[in-house]
Design a protein around this ligand. Structure first.
Ligand code: SIN
Length: 324
């Protein structure tokens, strides 16, 4: 039987409310890892599980420093011969950022699987126990090796890169890129073979305490381009623009962005549309901007933080992939 590590970080999957019918007024991260395991007795037939509580956070309060701590813990667990795979329980709200951070920094064949829940553990028909069971099945399965960091949610398995929370309340809350899920959990099977190259990875200095600041600017009709300079003056070293449509840049933003890029600020065009890629356009060559490719703005931000932390802007092109 495989041995898995369960690393609990909080979230609604560990949430508790006063009433079983309350699915919004609850405290995230209230229950410990042992309580999550105790709610799913069939896990005993899947793997031996060593549980640890790393954080007890509502994931809105997750910060890049937490990603660094989690990444180091996961690395240490993966390096141990006794662990065959890892399940991380997390809040849904910023799961896509943590998943991207781990995937962009960990090179490991052993499965690392994030899962979460939309309903607190105390709710009627809570989705957390089945999600945890499925995630453990994914982490324990030999076909999950060599696929990078995975997200198991509902009945679907997504690669970390491109996954996004796309729904505020319903239980079916995640989507991948337009290519969709790469597998399903009931019965567990993958629709595609593991990727050949495994994707670019960032090697971070071992004692890094923080990541460079990158901000996402949501651009609506008439949003003032002066915000570019405001954010830079406040300390941003990179910007991701959540732009209309397929990353369409309003004309008035061109001059401030070109000036920012000339001052060494990295800028990525992403979309506020929620789904769909943002590909390179001639204006990227003109302004020195980049396109987010298949990554949502939230994950393009993580990629840019990592490229800046590694001091290697060329790495960003690899992290953003072909479409970027
Ligand atoms: C959180 O992200 O920690 C709270 C919301 C959730 O997990 O669904």
């Amino acid at each position: 039987m495989p041995t898995l590590a369960l690393v609990a970080t909080g979230g609604t999957i560990a949430g508790a409310a006063a009433s079983a019918t309350d699915t919004t007024g609850y405290t995230a991260g209230a229950l410990g890892a042992d309580a999550l395991l105790a709610a799913v007795p069939p896990l005993a037939d899947v793997a031996q599980i060593r549980a640890e509580q790393l954080f007890s956070l509502d994931s809105k309060d997750m910060r890049p420093a937490h990603w660094l701590t989690l990444g180091r813990r996961v690395r240490a667990l993966l390096d141990g011969p006794a662990i065959d795979g890892i399940v991380i329980t997390h809040g849904t709200d910023t799961l896509e950022e943590t998943a991207a951070f781990l995937d962009l920094t960990l090179a490991a064949a052993k499965p690392v699987v994030l899962t979460a829940a939309m309903r607190p553990a105390t709710a009627l028909s809570a989705d957390g126990p089945m999600n945890l069971y499925n995630a453990a099945c994914v982490a324990a399965h030999p076909d999950s090796r060599g696929r990078g960091v995975l997200v198991s949610f509902g009945d679907a398995i997504y690669p970390a890169r491109g996954v996004r929370k796309c729904e505020t309340h319903r239980v079916d809350a995640f989507a991948g890129t337009n290519a969709g899920a790469i597998g399903q959990t009931d019965p567990l099977r993958y629709f595609t073979p593991p990727p050949a190259g495994g994707g670019a990875r960032v090697e971070l200095p071992p004692d890094l305490a923080e990541l460079p600041r990158v901000d996402v600017l949501y651009v609506g009709a008439g949003t003032p381009p002066a915000l570019v300079d405001v954010m830079i003056a406040d300390g941003a070293r990179g910007l991701v623009l959540a732009l209309p449509g397929n990353g369409s840049l309003p004309d008035a933003w061109e001059a401030p962005l070109a000036a920012a890029v000339a001052r060494g600020i990295a800028v990525i065009r992403a979309s506020r549309a929620g789904m769909g890629p943002v590909g390179r356009k001639p204006l990227d060559d003109r302004l020195g901007t980049r396109a987010a490719g298949e990554l949502p703005a939230s994950q393009a931000r993580v990629a840019l933080m990592l490229a800046l932390a590694a001091g290697d802007p060329a790495l960003l092109d690899l992290l953003l992939g072909d479409a970027g």
